[in-house]
Design a protein around this ligand. Structure first.
Ligand SMILES: C[S@@+](CC[C@H](N)C(=O)[O-])C[C@H]1O[C@@H](n2cnc3c(N)ncnc32)[C@H](O)[C@@H]1O
Length: 246
């Protein structure tokens, strides 16, 4: 998979992508993340990429020409003109594990990071094929949002996670939050690890984990349960825990 990132601060990506899973994916040739400085596509000798907003108002707006030309440069370099071109913006579709999985199935996509007050609207209308937001808050630039998207997608690319790591049981993979984890010591400051996890009984451990996952989701993110199929027994666990809490 190849991911192209168009931004004003490519140097911001060096450290986050030099560690852990993204680095491993790169070293194994599974993912190639290429950053491009939008400024390199400016038209004047001052490398100007922003200008005042028509109609007045605070802040500057990223000009359309360098952004369009940066994307066209990527198309030229890769020969892939129909890969997704995603604009990162607080007005985009909320990024989710489902969207991460969809992106992980592509062989290439491009992320456009805005800055200042945002980007000329013609980028959204005539260049971007999708728009994503990483949350209901405003960041200074799209670089951090791009890092979040790349990290979440790369770990879902087949072969990136090692055999001992699995994305299938993680929070949001099947709509539920993940069950709690424990490691040694068995007792820490008087707090014990649930005995079922020490039992060696795999069926009981799986059942305990499923129950914890269902109850944790019901307590913290009941909105997620709208998209999950639960058995009658699992619904009864939730009713019982709600009764115990009231
Ligand atoms: C200061 S923000 C611009 C915010 C814009 N004036 C607005 O109110 O929607 C600059 C850039 O940061 C990025 N950005 C900020 N918040 C984001 C978010 N929640 N998700 C994705 N990108 C974001 C976008 O690329 C945006 O163009």
């Amino acid at each position: 998979m190849r991911i192209d990132i168009l931004c004003l601060f490519p140097e911001m990506f060096v450290s986050p992508f030099s560690h852990s899973i993204v680095r491993r994916a790169d070293e194994h040739g599974l993912v190639d993340v290429v950053t491009h400085n939008i400024r390199d596509f400016a038209h004047d000798r001052h490398a100007t990429v922003d200008d005042y907003p028509y109609g007045g108002g605070a802040g500057m707006v990223l000009k359309p020409e360098p952004v369009f030309e940066a994307v066209e440069h990527v198309w030229h370099a890769t020969g892939l003109v129909d890969a997704p071109v995603i604009l990162l913006t607080p007005g985009g579709r909320p990024f989710s594990q489902r969207i991460a999985a969809e992106l992980a199935a592509y062989s290439q996509f491009t992320l456009i990071c805005g800055h200042y007050e945002g980007i000329d609207e013609r980028v959204s209308q005539y260049l971007a094929t999708d728009e994503l937001s990483i949350g209901d808050y405003v960041l200074t630039g799209g670089e951090l949002a791009a890092m979040v998207v790349v990290d979440a997608v790369v770990r879902l690319v087949p072969g990136v996670l090692g055999s001992g790591e699995s994305a299938a049981e993680e929070s949001h993979a099947a709509g539920l939050l993940e069950y709690p984890h424990y490691t040694r010591p068995e007792e820490f400051r008087g707090w014990k690890v649930p005995s079922v996890l020490l039992s060696g009984n795999h069926a009981e451990i799986a059942a305990w984990r499923r129950r914890q996952s269902v109850l944790k989701t019901a307590a913290r993110r009941p909105d997620l349960l709208d998209n999950v199929t639960l058995s009658d027994k699992e619904r009864a666990w939730i009713s019982e825990s709600l009764l115990n809490r009231s």
